[in-house]
Design a protein around this ligand. Structure first.
Ligand code: GCO
Length: 475
């Protein structure tokens, strides 16, 4: 066995999100986020009592968690800022200095320990007051409000933080949040809400990027992007139709956001298909909104690195018997997707262990969007019930298999993958699943006030990989 080592400057890290770990939902002037609102008004959407009110209590445990990150040897920590903690009204007229102080302390301590902060501005938990006025569907609110928020974060933290992402997984924010319902605010408007949300979100992203260029880049010299996720869609056969089917799925998912920020507009196949299906529904215009020329110019190139939250793989097959179908965000109805029964399962039904998909995926991203600015794996991890402490053969092995495929992508395919953020340091609140599903390398005792963190075998494994920069035992 030869040693499998990674580039010297490979950025090893952990990723997390505010709602999933912080707790302190109303501490020190924080207002309710859309997730807090759901936890308090729709408790039946969560397993009994398992919500983010206290979560891992990370809000009160900065020193504990910094010590764990330091022990783990990671070079970076990806976390999100809770918008309602720093701007309780959502707008700039009311800055909560105590909220700012919490993040300043976290950032300073990360830096003091040589851990690079990678900050997400929006990981799904915008202020409920913003949502009450339409949230991401209200373009005359969400765009200016987000720009105020982003500007504040750069003013306050931009000297220290060099890695920024505006939005986490807009496909989920918009699809799950405003189209078919699966993440807060859990609104349903199939085939319309998701596209409108995404359109506003992309414009907010591009305008924020422009503000960074004009007001901050020269003195702060950081990088700004957004975090994209998708399953990898692999052709079900080498029939050219299945190859086309997989390409469509990848463009409808990753391309929905990557295409605008790289090239300035949605993929052509999305524009054509959605217009065509809208005509079939006798609508006078396409359900997919269009960008103005000015917006296209702002969007084009509005990123300093590419990202991928990498989880699973599906096979894509062309269908000749395409259903007319109801309006839906799944306008790529010319394709069926599935996962063979013999693929390795996890606790989550859609989430199968398919390490080779990781390699294909980053190669595809390079081939379609370029890798000169680098591709950062912003999340990857293994789902179980969170309680198995001897998880070397499951979670440890999972990271090892995915990482060895990423290593092949780097050294055999020449893809510029610049780092890997494991999800996650510790068990957390997996959204509406509470702590029934978890991916942490540390167990958290959610039934003790201390929220005690205890390392699983996977923590030891990942620590070894990170500190040796190498995947096999004898490095
Ligand atoms: C995201 C992810 C995370 C999840 C992780 C495990 O949006 O970035 O959904 O928040 O916890 O993907 O399922």
């Amino acid at each position: 066995v030869s040693n499998i080592s990674f580039p010297d400057d490979f950025l090893w890290g952990y990723a997390s999100a505010a709602y999933q770990v912080e707790g302190g939902w109303d501490a020190d002037g924080k207002s309710e986020s859309v997730w807090d609102y759901d936890a308090h008004n729709h408790p039946d959407w969560f397993p009994e009592g398992q919500n983010g009110d206290v979560a891992c209590d990370a809000y009160h445990k900065t020193d504990v968690d910094i010590a764990l990150l330091k022990y783990q040897g990671v070079k970076a920590y990806r976390f999100s800022i809770a918008w309602p903690r720093v701007l309780p009204t959502g707008r700039i007229d009311d800055i909560n200095e105590k909220g700012i102080q919490y993040y300043q302390d976290l950032i300073s301590k990360l830096k003091a320990n040589n851990i690079e902060p990678i900050v997400t501005m929006h990981h799904w938990d915008h202020p409920r007051v913003i949502e009450e006025q339409g949230g991401f569907l209200n373009e005359s609110l969400i765009i200016p409000a987000f720009l105020e928020y982003a500007t504040l974060l750069w003013e306050r933290f931009g000297d220290d933080v060099k890695w920024w992402t505006t939005f986490n997984e807009p496909k989920q924010t918009c699809g799950g949040g405003y189209d078919y319902g699966s993440v807060s605010p859990n609104r349903q408007d199939p085939g319309r809400g998701g596209y409108i949300c995404a359109h506003n979100l992309l414009r907010a992203h591009a305008k924020a990027y422009k503000i960074y260029n004009e007001q901050f880049r020269a003195k702060q010299n950081g990088k700004v992007s957004l975090v994209m996720d998708t399953s990898w869609y692999e052709p079900a056969s080498d029939d050219p139709k299945d190859i086309e089917a997989a390409q469509r799925k990848n463009l409808f998912n990753y391309g929905w956001f990557a295409h605008p920020v790289v090239y300035g507009d949605y993929p052509e196949v999305m524009r054509e298909r959605i217009a065509e299906r809208s005509r079939l529904q006798n609508l006078s215009e396409s359900r997919l909104p269009s960008f103005t020329e000015e917006e296209k110019a702002e969007l084009k190139g509005s990123y300093d690195f590419l990202t991928i939250n990498m989880y699973s793989t599906e096979l894509a097959k062309w269908r000749d018997d395409e259903p007319a179908g109801e309006p839906s965000i799944y306008d790529d109805t010319s394709v069926t997707t599935y996962q063979p029964d013999d693929w390795e399962k996890t606790i989550t039904s859609w989430f199968k262990v398919v390490p080779w998909g990781a390699r294909r995926e980053v190669v595809w991203i390079r081939d379609n969007y370029g890798d000169d600015k680098g591709i950062l794996v912003t999340e990857n991890g293994y789902h179980d019930d969170g309680n198995n402490m001897t998880d070397l053969g499951t979670r440890g092995r999972y990271h090892k298999l995915y990482l060895s495929n990423i290593n092949d992508a780097i050294y055999k395919d020449g893809v510029n993958v610049i780092g890997y953020m494991a999800w996650s340091l510790m068990n957390d609140v997996e959204w509406y699943s509470g702590w029934q599903i978890n991916l942490g390398h540390y167990h958290v005792d959610f039934y003790s006030d201390e929220r005690t963190r205890t390392p699983k075998e996977s923590a030891g494994y990942y620590r070894k990989v990170v500190t040796t920069n190498c995947l096999v035992d004898d490095c």
